[in-house]
Design a protein around this ligand. Structure first.
Ligand code: ARG
Length: 568
């Protein structure tokens, strides 16, 4: 497809002797259509060329030789050169591209580049609660979008499956295992055991000592401890996988913290060899004062065990070696900002610079419910599964009311409920805190998942009403000359650019906003134009535009992890 921006940049570059790529970066897309589709401001050239920017703009306009099939009009307004795309060309390009491509907007730009995405990572024997919702959904969306742009993606679930708490869990099981039926409602039972043993440890130093010993035994590969630990892990995984299935999320690796336990030695040795390990009250640390981080990174505790950070460092070494990554993204809450600052700094001593530079913390804010905390009245955290079940039930009520005769209510409610959660989660900028409000998320008229699904369904019903899909070669693009059709075509044209922006900023919310815009633009097109009308050519072109809009809506939503119902 023609890259209009690049074409403009190429031509300006010939006049200015500035790299086309540089120019392309400064080409703007005015909000107001009367200022053209693209604009180039000449202020920045004034100093160098020793001329008023207005004059430079005028001169460029005079000299530029741009194919009128690409740009049909150029206007100078003050220091700006405004470019107007040839509407016919745009319409033709967009319609052909969307029809012919199975994956419109996909690209090969990432070919040969490896992207590791570390996301979700719930903790074993603990509930999978809404504190893990954003990492799971942001990570999944980024994974899909990177893949779509041709990158080789490796999705890693760095499970929290290691640490001294497992020594306690093992002790609890040894003491009271018979009282619990872990098969039934395993996580709640395990949480219960954990709370109980913690209380006991506070009272009884001997119990605590046994717990510590269990962890040591686990680290040394003691058969019974390993067996119990595996059992806790398996039971938790059953619950986690149930949620991943509902959300249709898959990982390439479940190498969690435990996987790195035997790889931390290399971290310690490498740091030692480089003279970076300092003794501090029996522990081994790396001082980061010089890097402006006042808290040192603990590598090994006084009792010889390693910590979360050490295992993350081992993971960095492992991923560099095994995945040869261009980027390794950590989709983790901003609460862990310090942790990532520390380990990324220490990583300078462990991996090649190119890997160290590829490490990036994709931080995000907290989620809470309108009632305040993430907790329910009973003081328990809100589990993702409960949130899903409840939202699906509410979606069902709404659908029941809106469309009582719909045959596929269950399936639609599932898609709408899940879509509402996903969209709501991905519609705020990562770093902002977020409130999960059912009414807002399920509002069919708001900027929500259901609204996008509804827009898609509307494209479907137009096609159904028409009863046919015209042939591509029958479409007369000049029929799409009105402002509403043009806005829609232009929005569709921008799809790939939006996906690129998502990966530049690691911000799926850019795609969410885009889908709202596409839905709204479609809605204006639909309201302002009669699609089924007298003139067959006009009708064909409009039906076809409706069809490709639906295609892009569906594709875009699927990149966020949202499925489209055919009806609702
Ligand atoms: N399990 C951790 C938590 O729940 C998140 C792990 C994130 N990934 C990482 N490589 N540290 O907070």
């Amino acid at each position: 497809m023609i890259n209009f921006k690049a074409e403009i940049a190429k031509e300006i570059s010939k006049i200015l002797e500035i790299e086309a790529q540089e120019i392309q970066k400064s080409i703007e897309t005015p909000k107001d259509q009367t200022q053209g589709d693209y604009a180039y401001a000449c202020f920045r050239l004034a100093k160098e060329l020793k001329k008023a920017p207005q004059i430079i703009a005028e001169e460029i306009k005079q000299k530029i030789e741009i194919n009128p099939e690409i740009i049909e009009k150029i206007e100078v307004v003050g220091a700006y050169i405004n470019f107007f795309i040839n509407k016919q060309t745009l319409a033709k390009e967009v319609i052909e591209e969307v029809s012919n491509k199975e994956n419109y907007g996909a690209s090969e730009i990432g070919k040969g580049k490896n992207i590791v995405l570390d996301y979700s990572a719930p903790n074993i024997a603990k509930p999978f609660h809404i504190g893990h919702l954003r990492t799971t959904l942001i990570g999944n969306a980024l994974y899909k979008i990177y893949k779509y742009l041709g990158y080789n993606t490796i999705g890693v679930n760095h499970l929290g499956d290691y640490g001294t708490q497992f020594g306690k869990m093992i002790e609890a099981y040894k003491m009271w295992g018979a009282e619990y039926n872990l098969e039934k409602d395993p996580i709640n039972q395990m949480v219960d055991m954990y709370v109980r043993i913690n209380a006991l440890c506070k009272e009884d130093e001997q119990v605590l000592e046994r717990c510590r010993n269990n962890f040591k035994l686990l680290e040394d590969g003691d058969a019974e401890c390993v067996k119990l630990w595996n059992e806790f892990k398996d039971l938790s995984m059953v619950e986690f996988k149930r949620i991943y299935d509902i959300l249709d999320i898959h990982f390439d690796s479940y190498n969690g913290e435990a996987f790195y336990a035997d790889k931390t030695q290399e971290v310690i040795e490498t740091l030692e060899k480089k003279g970076k390990l300092i003794e501090s009250e029996g522990a081994k640390i790396v001082d980061l004062e010089d890097a402006g981080i006042s808290t040192p990174c603990i590598i090994q505790k006084a009792n010889g065990s390693t910590i979360y950070a050490t295992r993350d460092l081992a993971a960095i070494m492992y991923r560099a070696k095994n995945y040869d990554f261009d980027k390794c993204l950590y989709v983790v809450a901003y609460e862990q900002n310090l942790h990532f600052k520390q380990i990324f700094e220490v990583a300078k001593y462990l991996v090649d610079e190119k890997y160290q530079k590829g490490l990036k913390h994709v931080a995000f804010g907290m989620v809470s419910l309108p009632t305040g905390k993430m907790s329910t009245r009973e003081g328990n955290v809100v589990k993702i599964e409960d949130l899903l079940t409840e939202t699906i039930a509410k979606a069902k009520e709404i659908i029941e009311e809106k469309n009582p005769n719909l045959e596929t209510k269950e399936d639609v409610a599932q898609k709408v409920g899940i879509g509402a959660i996903i969209f709501n989660t991905l519609s705020t900028v990562n770093i902002k805190d977020q409130v999960f409000d059912w009414n807002a998320a399920l509002n069919f008229q708001g900027e929500t998942g259901p609204y996008i699904q509804y827009s898609y369904v509307r494209t479907n019903s137009v096609l159904e009403k028409a009863g046919y899909l015209p042939n591509l070669n029958e479409i007369k693009t000049e029929e799409l000359n009105d402002e509403y059709s043009y806005n829609l075509l232009k929005t569709i044209y921008n799809f790939q650019d939006v996906l690129m922006q998502v990966t530049e900023k690691e911000e799926p919310s850019i795609l969410s906003k885009y889908l709202i815009e596409l839905s709204k633009t479609f809605s204006s097109f639909y309201n302002e134009n009669k699609i089924i009308c007298e003139n067959k050519d006009t009708q064909n072109a409009r039906i076809y535009l409706t069809y490709i809009t639906g295609k892009v809506l569906k594709q875009g939503a699927s990149l966020l992890g949202i499925k489209m119902p055919d009806k609702m």
